[in-house]
Design a protein around this ligand. Structure first.
Ligand code: BTN
Length: 253
């Protein structure tokens, strides 16, 4: 699904930028982008999070980067498989750094350590005639930051979890390795491997917990995700409900 290029082989490292995702978008608009190109920075003045939120990060403390991908003929309906393989690469990276902790994916693509968020992914696709022409995947991993604002779920970092400072560049190298591992699995079309590994890494997979939905609260266990990336929750009665992003909220104490 790609003209395969090694992710990170082409890299632009910036001292400061508004957002690596916005910078990537400008490269695409100028015709200067490549498949597999990576844009990293030490500081973002306007870091973007999911659902119009901002992504806060102290200077030089964390992984802040975007990967530009040019999938060949990937229909819009299959775009969630891209999110899944990218999320799995971040998930594997955090697990390598925190082998003792319980790392999970909070659907659709947050990485949690216990109940705290350590990394996030913002995928922005440029669509042309029903196909994804370019995909910009912005990744933030909290590495050496001590304090965070009050978020739900609360935020954490590798430093807070281990008490040890890490070189941000070392973590970028591990991430690049994992992105390329999962890109191979994606490119050879092993979608079942991606789907099954992703589903089993989900917080709440096969375990009953409470969720906030439009009409109140439900108790259910995650049974997986469907082909368009909706979350499938199974109730005690056996009934399953498919939720799209924004229609179901995880409850954290
Ligand atoms: C989320 O809200 O969980 C997604 C966070 C994504 C943050 C990263 S940091 C690098 C890239 N550039 C941005 O402006 N956002 C993403």
């Amino acid at each position: 699904m790609f003209s395969v290029s090694f992710i990170g082989e082409q890299r632009i490292d910036l001292t400061k930028v508004d957002s690596t995702n916005s910078y990537a978008q400008k490269l695409i608009e100028k015709g200067e982008a490549f498949n597999g190109q990576l844009i990293s920075t030490s500081y973002q003045s306007g870091g973007k999070g999911q659902r119009g939120k901002t992504w806060e990060s102290e200077a030089s403390k964390n992984v802040l980067l975007s990967v530009i991908l040019k999938p060949v003929l990937l229909p819009i309906s299959s775009q969630f498989i891209l999110n899944k393989f990218l999320t799995l690469a971040i998930y594997d990276t955090v697990r390598e750094l925190l082998p003792q902790q319980k790392v999970s994916i909070k659907w659709p693509n947050d990485i949690l350590v216990d109940s705290k968020k350590i990394a996030g992914l913002l995928v922005e696709n440029l669509i042309r005639i029903d196909k994804i022409e370019w995909s910009i995947s912005g990744i933030g991993i909290n590495v050496n930051q001590h304090t965070f604002k009050h978020y739900s779920p609360a935020a954490t970092s590798i430093l807070l979890e281990t008490g040890i400072e890490h070189e941000v560049e070392d973590i970028i190298k591990i991430l690049i390795k994992n992105l390329n591992n999962w890109q191979v699995i994606f490119t050879i079309g092993k979608y079942n491997t991606i789907n099954n590994t992703f589903d089993q890494a989900l917080l709440g997979f096969g375990k009953y917990r409470m969720y906030e939905v439009k009409d109140g609260c439900i108790e259910g266990k995650i049974a997986g995700t469907d082909e368009i990336g909706n979350l499938i929750i199974q109730l005690q009665s056996g009934e399953t409900i498919n939720f799209s992003h924004g229609d179901v909220k995880f409850i954290f104490e």
